[in-house]
Design a protein around this ligand. Structure first.
Ligand code: GLN
Length: 257
């Protein structure tokens, strides 16, 4: 078991749509409540990834943003961060990419002005924005978590709630998985990846991508603890009394789309 959570927090200022930075707060809170040592390293477009500072990061987070924000970080992401992220993810590193960040982990993002942002090509997917004539995917969301997670003994041991995720979505891009088996959840409420194939998000090794803002981890304490356990390489965590979190989660399940 790793005794410290060290978070690599990418593009805090640019990619923080709908309170996505709250995912970091939720994770820090849940680790601190368990007296687990936590360090948050903010990584921005000026950060050079060559120092040994980054070798012991065990959780990476990148949030969502409008097309303009994605373009603001794009050059740095592709030129300076790509190799680090690829090596980290392919080595089984735990990470969470929300919406705009999720899109850029794929092969490409054809954005709203018809320009193409080549992605990091780590997740086997692509995203197309069909422009202003196609309505955005906006609203409350819910999904049934993939068996890739619910059948993981770590999740089975950690989970004190249910097998669902709740959140909020606002995206124009439609994401298509090369292999639908890699979905994060099956859509119960909302548009999911593309309003067509009932998939939401993506799982690749120990990294997940999702359209769920919320912030996701505050409303889904079971997913937070699962990612925390994976980051610490443990299958047990001290049980927290999640009365408020569970109420927020369960109430969100009942919200209309
Ligand atoms: N700009 C992207 C889109 O519109 C991502 C939006 C987001 O991160 N909420 O699809």
């Amino acid at each position: 078991m790793r005794d410290k959570l060290k978070i690599g927090f990418f593009y805090k200022e640019e990619l923080n749509l709908y309170g996505d930075n709250g995912n970091i707060e939720a994770l820090v809170y849940r680790a601190s409540r368990r007296n687990i040592q936590v360090e948050v390293m903010e990584i921005d477009t000026e950060t050079k990834m060559n120092s040994s500072n980054f070798t012991d990061i065990n959780f990476i987070f990148m949030g969502g943003g409008p097309d303009s924000a994605q373009k603001n970080i794009y050059k740095d992401l592709i030129s300076n961060k790509k190799e680090y992220l690829r090596d980290y993810i392919e080595a089984g590193g735990v990470s969470l990419f929300v919406c705009g960040a999720f899109q850029l982990m794929g092969k490409y993002y054809l954005s709203s002005d018809n320009s193409t942002l080549e992605g990091l090509n780590i997740f086997s997917l692509y995203t197309k924005h069909y422009g202003p004539k196609k309505p955005r995917c906006i609203g409350n969301t819910a999904g049934e978590i993939s068996g890739r997670i619910t059948q993981d003994p770590v999740f089975k041991n950690i989970n004190r709630l249910d097998n669902y995720l709740v959140g909020f979505e606002n995206h124009g891009g439609r994401t298509y998985l090369e292999d639908k088996e890699h979905l994060l959840s099956n859509v119960i409420k909302g548009h999911g990846n593309n309003s067509e194939d009932n998939t939401e998000g993506c799982i690749h090794l120990n990294s997940i991508g999702t359209y769920y803002h919320g912030p996701l981890l505050a409303k889904n304490p079971h997913l937070s603890d699962y990612l925390l356990a994976k980051a610490l390489n443990t299958d047990t965590l001290e049980v927290l009394e999640d009365v408020l979190e569970n109420k927020a989660h369960t109430a969100s399940l009942k919200l209309k789309e």
